[in-house]
Design a protein around this ligand. Structure first.
Ligand code: ADP
Ligand code: MG
Length: 212
């Protein structure tokens, strides 16, 4: 029960992938713990398993993966009660309903591939708000403007009607962060959120995430 002092506790995670060239052993014995309010940075060379670890937490491991051992304990409040679940023991539907996008949200590396160029910024944030919060219409739009303003986009209400190409790279990453925090997650995972941005903007995004 000592795990409950952590909101996230990854223990001895071991993941491999089936490929046509045989088995790829991606994670061996990964341990990671996180307390409420804490920030943990995972550092490692390309291909060392950072993304795979975080995908496991989100329940979005690729289909050809196999979890050989380990547990991912996540502790959250449900109607005033502390609840601890092992994400690895949940099916995708359960994870989508209670964890992914609800209590744990993720920001990915490249905001251009994650945003739909044919949809307005506002519609895309509103969609995230609808899926994660059940808000629709004017309420979803209002919430979209709120979170957009919260991540530091000036004149947020007007900018809801812009398309992704009308935003700079840094602003698009702010949009991704706005979508991620629109459900007020307990845990925010950022997987190299600044790699696609230039250095000055990188610093601003890191500052923003720190503030959040
Ligand atoms: P990074 O630390 O750069 O984020 P990854 O977590 O993406 O590294 O990848 C870890 C290892 O797992 C790499 O060797 C990668 O090629 C491999 N891998 C990731 N996803 C798959 C997959 N679906 N099939 C086969 N190998 C994969
Ligand atoms: Mg990665």
């Amino acid at each position: 029960m000592q795990e409950t002092k952590f909101i996230l506790s990854i223990r001895d995670l071991d993941v491999s992938f089936r490929t046509t060239a045989g088995s790829v052993h991606a994670l061996r014995g990964v341990d990671l713990s996180l307390r409420k309010g804490e920030t943990v940075a995972v550092v490692g060379e390309s291909g060392s398993g950072k993304s795979v670890t975080m995908k496991a937490v989100m329940g979005i491991l690729d289909r050809n993966s196999a979890v050989n051992s380990g547990e991912i304990l996540f502790t959250y409040d449900e109607q005033g009660q502390k609840k601890t679940v092992d994400i690895l023991k949940m099916n995708r539907r359960q994870i989508r309903r209670t964890i992914n996008g609800q209590r744990i949200a993720m920001v990915f590396q490249d905001p251009m591939t994650s945003l739909d160029p044919t949809m307005t910024i506002g519609a895309q944030i509103a969609e995230a708000v609808r899926v994660n919060r059940g808000l629709t219409g004017g309420a979803a739009r209002k919430r979209a403007a709120e979170v957009l303003s919260y991540v530091g986009i000036p004149r947020a209400v007007e900018r809801l009607d812009d398309y992704p190409h009308q935003f700079s790279g840094g602003m698009r990453q702010r949009v991704m962060i706005a979508m991620a925090i629109s459900c007020e997650p307990k845990l925010l995972i950022a997987d190299e959120p600044t790699t696609a941005l230039d250095v000055t903007i990188q610093a601003q995004i890191v500052e923003l995430v720190k503030r959040l």
